[in-house]
Design a protein around this ligand. Structure first.
Ligand code: HPA
Ligand code: ZN
Length: 342
């Protein structure tokens, strides 16, 4: 028994649940329409002739296929206003999905390498986050290092971010995983931690369980992004459970990047059953076909998730956030009262 009369009833329940999103690359929320309009505004020429041609190109067979297009797309982002517009569009969209809190990744090296100042990037994103706070969505910003680049580039990026540290809550690790293990970034993450920043890392998306061990033991992560392949190692699962770490799982991303062949084989239920604190997130919604509720609905339909499993996922999104416990408690109470009226 799932506790719902129909799929539609389950989707309506998901839509109304208060939730947090903990794995969202702001550059991955760049919809083709905005890519086109920013290209015009900034005089950037795109290799694509139309919005339809862009969407048609979003057919990926692995992470690298996607990243090649993702880095091309972000070239339209230049001015502070561009980053503000991008972030505002995401926050407006997230609000319609019942998102109350977001922890947003950004990839400064994708911009500074093109000559865009760090101030444009952080300034525009942070201005949008401040405005959204007035509309009831809280947020934190997580700066990611691109793991296909040398650690020295990550060090320089952390240096460039020092004037903006009051706006940045944590650091993460993303981009091409295989061949770029977490230990490559041991020193820069140690420095970030000594600066008081939270630590997260993409691990076990395509990379082996050993990369998840390194994220834990070398980087000392506060949360794991994806973590799918941790399930291949029972001792690793035990370690993540006993440390109480949250996994930010991204079902439609996993499907589009061929991390899973079919959502019916998605490990989300197995993660919950193993005692892992899994959450549902959209990763790069403009590229993977859906925002957070679409991810919830797709995986809930494929796995026939129960009401209790869905509630657990929503609760995990707040308990796994970097919000202070008192604020988490307010959101958990909002989930309880939503559930009670249902
Ligand atoms: N994995 C690694 N790097 C990324 C991703 C992802 O899912 N999205 C944006 N950068
Ligand atoms: Zn990601």
């Amino acid at each position: 028994m799932t506790g719902f009369a129909s799929r539609e009833a389950r989707a309506a329940f998901i839509a109304g649940l208060p939730k947090a999103e903990l794995h969202l690359h702001i550059e991955g929320s760049l919809e083709p329409e905005m890519m086109f309009s920013l290209a015009q505004r900034n005089g950037v020429s795109l290799v694509f002739e139309s919005v339809e041609a862009i969407r048609a190109a979003y057919d990926f067979s692995n992470l690298q296929d996607f990243l090649d297009i993702y880095y091309q797309g972000m070239a339209v982002l230049q001015a502070e206003q561009d980053f503000f517009d991008l972030t505002t569009a995401y926050l407006d969209r997230a609000a319609t999905d019942g998102v109350r809190h977001v922890e947003i990744f950004f990839d400064p090296q994708g911009h500074t390498a093109r000559g865009v100042p760090m101030a444009n990037v952080v300034g525009g994103i942070a201005r949008a986050l401040t405005e959204a706070e007035e509309r009831g969505i809280t947020s934190q910003l997580i700066m990611c290092f691109l793991r296909h680049l040398p650690e020295a580039d990550a060090e320089a990026t952390l240096d460039a971010a020092l004037p903006f540290l009051s706006l940045i809550h944590g650091v993460g690790l993303d981009s091409s995983e295989v061949g770029h293990p977490p230990e490559k970034f041991a020193r820069v993450f140690a420095r970030a931690r000594s600066l008081g920043l939270k630590i997260v890392a993409h691990a076990g998306e395509e990379g082996p369980p050993d990369y998840v061990w390194q994220a834990l033991d070398v980087l000392q992560v506060d949360r794991i992004d994806h973590g799918n392949r941790a399930l291949e190692d029972a001792a690793l699962v035990q370690r993540i459970v006993s440390d109480g770490l949250t996994l930010t799982v991204c079902p439609l991303s996993n499907l589009k990047l061929c991390v899973v062949d079919d959502l019916a084989q998605h490990p989300l239920r197995r993660m919950l059953a193993a005692g892992l604190r899994a959450t549902v997130n959209s990763d790069d919604p403009a590229y993977f076909g859906g925002y957070v509720n679409a991810n919830f609905v797709a995986v809930a339909d494929a796995l026939n998730l129960t009401r209790d499993e869905i509630i657990t996922l929503a609760r995990n999104s707040f308990t796994g956030s970097f919000l202070p416990p008192a604020e988490q408690a307010v959101h958990l109470a909002a989930i309880d009262s939503f559930v009670a009226t249902y």
